[in-house]
Design a protein around this ligand. Structure first.
Ligand SMILES: NC(=O)c1ccc[n+]([C@@H]2O[C@H](COP(=O)([O-])OP(=O)(O)OC[C@H]3O[C@@H](n4cnc5c(N)ncnc54)[C@H](OP(=O)(O)O)[C@@H]3O)[C@@H](O)[C@H]2O)c1
Length: 375
């Protein structure tokens, strides 16, 4: 089937997909809520207050290029929330190319960004389509903070930290394990990727706004080194991330190392099967709906250059809501104006960091950034 709705949310039965639908409703954008199971989609959408006030349709679709292309034909934008994206993303991007739709997703997987850039970036650009993986709290909010620092000329180095409080969803847990077991993590040094040591070691970090020292990890390398590799202002990017919960952080390397050990000699398909099982053992249920008094986020960027320094901190709440809102805002923008860049581009490169900050502020999900500059 082809459709007459401008936006398709693929994975709408999930925690994040449902939030994208909620915010599309607030922008009054008709959409198709698509996924592999019609009853789970219906169950998810039934939980959205006021959903009857926006035109929408629920469509079950198989995860293959043929049926996905048929579904996307007629749509302008696809918001993909089916992760891990390194495992499931290819079919969706290929279908966007075939159907002529812009592609957005919620990834935080560095290897998926690099794959998108290398395999699909130029073809999407030739078609005038945006390929923007990773429009999400991790790491768009930090990218906004970095760009606020870079408004002052003279910076070439970004030292970035991302912290959050809450529970990962089922797919987020699987994504963290798949990413840790199957991919390498890079930072950027003089514009070249350098691999982080794969020893699972924790780093002590100074977390703005608290007295306790935080614990952080390279967290798969994150998106920032990939986006800033193409930014002529920036040569070095290092990112550390984690959860505020210190006992949980202390346990993460052991969980991850045990899983890596378990899958290391298995063939790829077996690896995915065991990683799915292990992730389900860690988390098999949807987390509760976010609460701004509980679920907080912190993105901190120290930018520096030979004679310039800036520090930006963005305190926010409800990471998954931030992600849903950013996706809906991006879709809304694409329905009204071309992006600032086509092909492979980040949220800030495609829509502007001030615009993205404005919408997060407008919906009460981040505080006014704390920015200090010294030159
Ligand atoms: N970077 C960030 O800040 C950020 C924020 C939010 C989410 N994410 C990422 O976004 C992804 C989705 O997260 P989530 O919170 O929505 O997780 P979730 O609640 O577990 O939802 C996962 C969704 O993917 C679908 N799905 C899973 N396996 C599938 C398959 N083989 N074929 C087709 N559909 C499949 C599920 O469908 P069923 O309901 O039928 O199982 C569900 O709709 C994860 O990779 C997560 O890491 C990142």
């Amino acid at each position: 089937m082809s459709n007459d709705k401008p936006v398709v949310v693929y994975g709408a039965s999930g925690y994040t997909g449902r939030l994208v639908c909620e915010y599309l409703r607030e922008f009054n954008i008709p959409f198709i809520a698509a996924g592999r199971d019609k009853s789970r989609l219906q169950e998810a959408l039934d939980k959205v207050p006021g959903i009857d006030t926006v035109e929408h349709e629920i469509v079950e679709v198989a995860h293959d290029v043929g049926p996905l292309t048929e579904l996307f034909r007629g749509a302008s934008v696809v918001c993909n929330t089916v992760g891990p994206f390194s495992q499931y993303g290819h079919e969706v991007v290929q279908s966007c190319l075939a159907a002529g739709a812009h592609y957005l997703d919620t990834t935080g997987e560095q290897d998926w960004l690099i794959a998108c850039d290398e395999q699909y970036g130029s073809e999407m650009a030739e078609r005038g389509l945006l390929l923007s993986p990773g429009i999400a709290q991790m790491y768009t909010t930090g990218e906004i903070a970095a760009n606020l620092c870079l408004e002052t000329p003279g910076m070439d180095t970004l030292d970035i930290q991302v912290f959050w409080k809450g529970f990962p969803t089922v797919a987020s847990t699987k994504t963290i394990l798949v990413n840790a077991a199957l991919s390498r993590a890079y930072y950027l040094e003089q514009n070249e990727y350098v691999e982080w040591p794969a020893d699972g070691g924790l780093y002590d970090v100074v977390v703005p706004g608290q007295h306790e020292i935080g614990l952080a990890l390279p967290w798969g390398g994150t998106s920032h080194p990939v986006w800033f590799k193409r930014d002529p202002r920036v040569a070095n990017v290092k990112v550390l991330g984690g959860v505020f919960n210190r006992p949980l952080m202390l346990g993460v390397p052991q969980i991850v190392q045990a899983v890596i050990e378990q899958v290391k000699d298995l063939p790829v398909e077996e690896k995915y099967r065991v990683l799915t099982e292990q992730a389900a053992a860690v988390r098999s249920e949807m987390p509760p709906r976010e609460n701004p008094r509980v679920n907080t986020s912190l993105d901190s960027v120290h930018a520096s250059g030979p004679l310039a320094r800036a520090h930006c901190v963005i305190y926010g709440n409800c990471n998954y809501k931030q992600t849903g809102l950013l996706q809906a805002f991006a879709a809304n923008s694409l329905l009204q104006a071309p992006p600032k860049r086509v092909g492979f581009a980040s949220a800030c490169q495609a829509f502007g960091h001030r615009e993205l900050l404005g919408v997060l502020r407008g919906f009460g999900l981040v505080a006014e950034p704390v920015l200090t500059v010294h030159r």
